[in-house]
Design a binder for this molecule. Structure first.
Ligand code: KG4
Ligand code: ZN
Length: 335
């Protein structure tokens, strides 16, 4: 008999539900994005996000079940993101998942959102052998994670200030681009010369696997302010390309250092910034030169979605790692 997991994700501004059979057969992955609403404010407004999740979640779950051709009675378990994220947003998903688990008398599985991002790789590559290394880069995180075994996450490095996606979004905003700015900078950078405007690369202390992007963000803002003061035209594509290069160089360099330190030969990418073309290309090139293999989640599974939550939930289901019905949202949950 198949193991059928309903995944629910509401940690930020995407309301999503997905149905996954046996960890690999994705029957549906419905995503209601609130981006157009938050765009007007230049970022996610937490209170608005919670209210929209409340409106959208029920129809999104029904749609996910309908597309999958699955009745609630056929579900083996319900897996939900319980952190990290916006507390009000998380609570909507957690309350819905608890209600379903209770009413259907099936296990409830609490999933860490970052574990979900990492699991996007297992959805398409269930055969990956451990140990693995994953660079998780999203709007809230920039983490280098070592996975000696399935379900075992060891944090090797993290950002000390802004996350990579946050830096993309802030620089995009300074350039007058819409939220979320990452994909727009990515596009703009394709037309620019990454060496025309050189920004400092923040490697921190020798051997450190931590990141820092706030200095780079300030350097870009200073560059823009100076140009405005002197009434100088700026080439936006060159600026985007120079900024992206400074982020991606450091991300890739540290990832390769982590691979060298741990001896891991398979490197995964995860999180919204994993969709960045510059990052995907440079990591593949450097890894190939070092004799390592790179696993990239498909673009549509990089940004927030419930398929990745269902997948992480599937492996927890196999381990019998269930949550009590007292499960609560944990906004600052760590791996
Ligand atoms: O993982 P995600 O969807 O949400 C969080 O968990 O934070 O990541 C969203 C972040 C945003 O900062 C967005 O600008 C960034 O991922 N992003 C990108 C690209 N696509 C999304 N950043 C750079 N290049 C992209 N192509
Ligand atoms: Zn995310």
């Amino acid at each position: 008999m198949s193991v059928i997991i309903l995944g629910i994700e509401t940690s930020c501004d995407e309301t999503s539900a997905a149905v996954l059979a046996d960890g690999v057969e994705l029957r549906s992955n419905v995503i209601a994005s609130q981006v157009d609403i938050h765009k007007k404010f230049g970022g996610v407004v937490p209170e608005v996000a919670s209210r929209k999740h409340l409106e959208n979640l029920h129809p999104v779950i029904l749609e996910a079940l309908a597309q999958a051709g699955v009745t609630p009675g056929e579900l083996s378990a319900v897996a939900v993101t319980y952190g990290p994220g916006l507390v009000g947003a998380l609570l909507v998903g957690v309350a819905a998942a608890k209600a379903m688990a209770y009413a259907l008398d099936i296990p409830l599985i609490g999933v860490n959102h970052l574990e979900g991002h990492i699991a996007a790789n297992f959805l398409v590559r269930p055969d990956l052998e451990f140990p693995l290394l994953c660079l998780v880069v999203s709007g809230g995180h920039s983490d280098l994670v070592y996975l000696p075994h399935r379900g075992d996450y060891r944090l090797l490095g993290r950002t000390r200030d802004d996350a990579a996606g946050e830096a993309f979004d802030k620089v995009a905003r300074a350039l007058g681009l819409d939220y979320p700015g990452g994909p727009l900078i990515d596009q703009l950078a394709q037309q620019g010369d990454p060496r025309a405007v050189q920004f400092p690369l923040a490697f921190l202390e020798e051997g450190s696997l931590d990141f820092s992007f706030s200095g780079l963000k300030s350097a870009v803002l200073n560059y823009l302010n100076r140009a405005a003061m002197l009434n100088q035209e700026i080439n936006r594509a060159d600026l985007a390309a120079g900024f992206q290069r400074a982020v991606v160089e450091v991300l890739v360099e540290k990832t390769m250092l982590a691979a060298q330190k741990t001896g891991v030969k398979t490197i995964m990418l995860a999180g919204g910034v994993a969709a960045n073309r510059g990052l995907r290309e440079l990591l593949q090139a450097r890894a190939a030169a070092a004799g390592c293999r790179v696993v990239l989640p498909p673009l549509h599974l990089c940004t927030d979605n419930a398929a990745m939550i269902a997948c992480a939930g599937y492996y927890k289901y196999l381990r019998g790692d269930f949550a009590p019905l007292t499960l609560n949202a944990v906004p600052s949950l760590t791996l």
